[in-house]
Design a binder for this molecule. Structure first.
Ligand SMILES: *[C@@H]1O[C@H](CO)[C@@H](O)[C@H](O)[C@H]1NC(C)=O
Ligand SMILES: *[C@@H]1O[C@H](CO)[C@@H](O)[C@H](O)[C@H]1NC(C)=O
Ligand SMILES: *[C@@H]1O[C@H](CO)[C@@H](O)[C@H](O)[C@H]1NC(C)=O
Ligand SMILES: *[C@@H]1O[C@H](CO)[C@@H](O)[C@H](O)[C@H]1NC(C)=O
Length: 165
């Protein structure tokens, strides 16, 4: 009699434990889902912040370049400081937002600088200004191509932790 009671109690406790584990796994799944949603939301905000502040780096650069006579736009020692400042501005921005550098937004602005100011400069500078297309493409694609990989990793991981109820 005593023994049967004990067994029933054990069964009940075990059942309770199981349902508790199952529900906490479900809660965790919900938490993971909302974390994903949160991440998507934050990511969108970071992207727009990145665009906004990169634009202000660019405006600062054009303001600074406007102090240089256009006859001197191909003279490295005249534009060196401004060019470095633009790069530092974009690089610091990426660091603050915890993004890779170089990234495609920064590259766009640097390329825009080349097109706006250095397009008519002579060859030695031109080579410096326009890296070969395949290198440029690699620079742009490297940080982008890691995203699908990370997404796959996260999806696989959340699939394996899904409760089997
Ligand atoms: C998970 O979330 C859904 C909807 O957001 C809710 O109906 C469900 O009760 C939640 N499950 C747990 C275990 O919290
Ligand atoms: C996450 O977002 C999707 C759609 O954007 C929504 O259906 C889902 O309920 C959200 N999950 C949580 C836990 O907020
Ligand atoms: C513009 O010039 C100022 C003064 O030299 C410098 O502090 C600033 O970083 C420059 N901004 C950009 C975006 O080049
Ligand atoms: C480059 O040359 C073209 C044609 O001579 C001229 O219209 C343009 O303003 C020049 N651009 C720069 C940045 O010097």
């Amino acid at each position: 009699m005593e023994y049967r009671n004990l067994r029933t109690l054990t069964h009940a406790l075990l059942l309770l434990l199981c349902s508790w584990v199952a529900s906490s796994v479900a809660v965790q799944q919900n938490l993971t889902d909302s974390a994903h949603n949160e991440t998507k939301h934050i990511f969108k905000d970071i992207q727009s912040m990145h665009l906004y502040f990169a634009e202000s780096c660019w405006l600062g650069y054009t303001r600074n370049m406007s102090t240089v006579n256009s006859d001197n736009w191909c003279e490295w020692h005249h534009i060196n400081r401004h060019y470095s400042n633009l790069r530092i501005c974009l690089e610091d921005l990426a660091e603050i937002l915890n993004l890779a550098f170089p990234n495609n937004i920064a590259n766009n602005y640097i390329m825009m600088g080349h097109r706006t100011y250095f397009i008519n400069c002579t060859l030695p500078f031109q080579e410096l200004a326009d890296p070969p297309e395949h290198i440029l493409l690699a620079l742009i694609l490297a940080p982008i191509s890691i995203i699908p990989f990370l997404v796959t990793l996260v999806v696989c991981k959340s699939k394996t932790t899904k409760p089997h109820t």
